[in-house]
Design a protein around this ligand. Structure first.
Ligand code: SAM
Ligand code: SF4
Length: 421
């Protein structure tokens, strides 16, 4: 990005929202992280747990033939924002720390999913992933998996505390970034997120551009009467910002006061955008893409829709989710979950080590000494459980497509903050 385009950026941001203008024209050239440093890092505990060989690798296919090679891992249930669509106003009951996956367990599971089950793409989420104290270590551990077939390490963040950490995270191996931002207006931001911080989000977006973290996606949940009149402003932003704005349809989760009337269907937002910008073209998507992408001809960035509610993309679903408490979710809308954490901990401790209340402190020693790892038992058990769960995966919306079409709340699902988007 040259100085001229940065000046243009300043102009467009000034038009959309003057208070956000920052001096970004003098940013230095990007400092690209040296990923090979991480690849050459000392063999870690989790390296020893599963061999890096892709021999005997399985593919996770469901009964509809969909290959699942994308794993989203939630790193924490905590967050420094309280977005109305994600976090219930009364808050959520946090899982005790002892029942959350430890960084070692996360890396070990990621290794298993990549080396043995064919995962090629991992995205870290939460809660706010930056609140996981060992985020760098986790990304470094994932980076070691590139030689085993991992192609991308992404993160979805609210951007509040991202700027000062982004260069380091990139050096550790992070190569895909989504930043959530639902409004360009400061007061509305505070209303939606119940916290202040929009300027910090903007400085993180600028930092991501400076570091050339492309494609850089901006996630915007569109809600009627709240931010739906801003879709044109967000597209205007793509005139000079090299970002991909993704308008996400508002989805129902426990405690988020979802109503059908608050959902703005993709078709409606697209109509509004096309009425304003004459030259909108469709951008081709990959079969497994969640977004339907568009671009205003001549604009630097692009935009798209994640129309999970009105025009779902379940036919190409390749995603699995691992929650912070170690549960596997084969579909965001499916209320059934299976505890992979229990599988690994029970197998690992089987017949040998009595379960410690402070498992997070002893996990490394346990991992090295347990029977489960030495004879590949954990590997087999996890594979069995994942295969069984995938075998039960519904074609769409966790079997609740009718319910959702009738505008009914998906009862029984956890809050988004506890699942990880
Ligand atoms: N804290 C991070 C963030 O906000 O980017 C990551 C976790 S957040 C749960 C992941 C994504 O889920 C965000 O882009 C957020 O906007 C989206 N999300 C949360 N609740 C949603 C809902 N009810 N409908 C649609 N998207 C939602
Ligand atoms: Fe936190 Fe992200 Fe949920 Fe907002 S959407 S409350 S930032 S986890």
């Amino acid at each position: 990005m040259n100085a001229i385009s940065f000046n243009k950026i300043l102009n467009v941001v000034a038009k959309v929202n003057p208070f956000l203008v920052r001096s970004v024209s003098n940013v230095p050239k990007t400092v690209r992280g040296n990923i090979s440093d991480q690849q050459n890092a000392d063999e870690t505990l989790s390296n020893r747990v599963f061999s890096l060989s892709k021999e005997n690798q399985s593919v996770m296919k469901d009964k509809f033939g969909r290959v699942h090679d994308y794993l989203r891992i939630s790193l924490t249930e905590k967050c420094n924002l309280r977005c109305q669509y994600c976090m219930p106003s009364e808050g959520v009951t946090l899982t005790p720390k002892v029942d959350l996956l430890t960084p070692d367990e996360i890396i070990m599971l990621a290794r298993l999913f990549v080396c043995k089950l064919g995962v090629t793409k991992i995205r870290l989420t939460g809660g706010e992933p930056l609140l996981q104290p060992e985020l760098n270590k986790i990304i470094g551990g994932l980076n070691d998996l590139r030689a085993s077939g991992l192609q991308s390490i992404g993160m979805t963040s609210n951007g509040i505390s991202l700027k000062p950490r982004l260069a380091q995270l990139q050096q550790s191996g992070l190569d895909r970034l989504n930043i959530s931002l639902d409004t360009l207006r400061e007061e509305k931001y505070s209303f939606i997120t119940r916290r202040k911080g929009i300027k910090m989000v903007w400085s993180s977006i600028h930092e991501a551009i400076r570091l050339k973290m492309f494609p850089l996606k901006i996630n915007c949940v569109v809600m009627r009467g709240l931010n739906d009149e801003e879709v044109v402003d967000f597209v205007e932003l793509t005139r000079y910002y090299p970002v991909d704005v993704r308008f996400i349809e508002y989805m129902p989760f426990s405690g988020n006061k979802w109503k059908y009337g608050k959902l703005v269907p993709m078709a409606e937002s697209l109509d509004t955008i096309q009425a304003h910008f004459r030259n909108v073209s469709r951008v081709e998507n990959h079969a497994t893409d969640t977004a339907k992408s568009y671009k205003v001809d001549g604009f630097c960035g692009s935009f798209g829709f994640i129309s999970s509610m009105t025009n779902h993309f379940c036919g190409g679903c390749n995603r699995l989710r691992l929650t912070a408490d170690g549960h596997l979710k084969v579909c965001l809308f499916d209320t059934n979950e299976v505890s992979i954490r229990d599988v690994i901990r029970n197998t690992q401790l089987r017949g040998q080590i009595s379960r410690s209340k402070e498992i997070e402190k002893t996990i490394s020693r346990d991992l090295e000494s347990s029977v489960g790892l030495k004879d590949g038992l954990i590997e087999k058990k996890v594979e069995e459980v994942v295969t069984e769960a995938l075998g039960k995966k519904f074609f769409s919306h966790g079997g609740r497509t009718e319910e959702i079409a009738q505008g009914k709340l998906a009862q029984g699902n956890r809050s988004m903050i506890l699942i990880g988007g």
